[in-house]
Design a protein around this ligand. Structure first.
Ligand code: ZN
Length: 259
């Protein structure tokens, strides 16, 4: 699942391909927006807010979310697509490029005011220019009994972390995913470490939590169930955590290094 760093990089690439240029063709392949046509508008900017992406043009804002399988590709005009046509949800074209959003979890065209409904609930953005650690800490502390794993996932507390970051951050901080927020002695330090991790990966093509980009060596605990902990050799455990069955997420931890 894409994390905030992937979305930040996607916004950066889309901005380079689209900003300052006039849209020569738009094709929204989602029924509710199929009749929309933004041709003739100039794209002002492309920004990320947590894991949400906003393409702003005139009074409109194209709001997308990658969710599980989504991706944006940028092609030179007439270049062959690398994903099947039926997966395309939106096509934006200018004189040089074609940006295609495939299998997007969300694709909607909003007016500027509508942006607030779409992303206004989000907590401070880990990769945003307005990152505010104090505000994020306040939001995390509003529910001190909540397991840290779930609190860090909640985009209303802070925006940008997904499952990889949350699991790896709990390991690197030596805390069990189930530990209540209120029982973590130095939450500010945990948050600071997490932000440094996502910043370090922001410009990397291959995300790594260990600093090693070789296959199979990029994680401490994420997706490593049953394998030996890289620090102590104990078998990594995994389970599920979530408030509702639909929100269950897989968590992995080392029973010796984390408490
Ligand atoms: Zn260990």
């Amino acid at each position: 699942m894409p994390e905030g760093d992937t979305v930040w990089r996607t916004a950066h690439h889309l901005h380079e391909a689209l900003a300052g240029q006039v849209l020569t063709r738009t094709d929204f392949r989602v029924p509710a927006f199929a009749t929309y046509d933004l041709r003739g508008l100039s794209v002002d900017e492309v920004v990320s807010r947590g894991k949400h992406l906003l393409i702003r043009a005139g009074d409109s804002s194209i709001h997308t979310h990658l969710k599980m399988e989504g991706a944006w590709h940028i092609y030179i005009l007439d270049e062959r697509w690398r994903r099947p046509t039926f997966e395309a949800r939106v096509v934006l074209e200018n004189a040089e490029h074609q940006a295609v959003g495939f299998s997007l979890g969300v694709m909607e065209v909003l007016d500027y005011d509508g942006e607030d409904d779409a992303v206004g609930h989000l907590g401070p953005d880990l990769l945003g220019p307005d990152w505010d650690a104090v505000k994020a800490l306040c939001r995390l502390n509003r529910d001190p009994a909540r397991p840290i794993f779930l609190a860090l996932h909640d985009q209303r507390n802070l925006a940008g972390f997904g499952n990889e970051y949350v699991n790896e951050l709990c390991f690197l901080s030596g805390i069990l995913p189930t530990r209540p927020v209120g029982e973590i002695p130095d939450l500010a330090r945990v948050l600071d470490r997490g932000r440094r991790m996502i910043l370090a990966n922001r410009d990397r093509v291959q995300r790594t939590m260990t600093g090693d980009t070789r296959p199979g060596r990029m994680h401490w605990v994420f997706s490593r169930r049953g394998r030996p902990c890289r620090r102590c050799g104990t078998a990594i455990r995994s389970g599920q955590l979530g408030a509702k069955p639909t929100q269950m997420r897989i968590t992995s931890w080392c029973p010796r290094c984390q408490s």
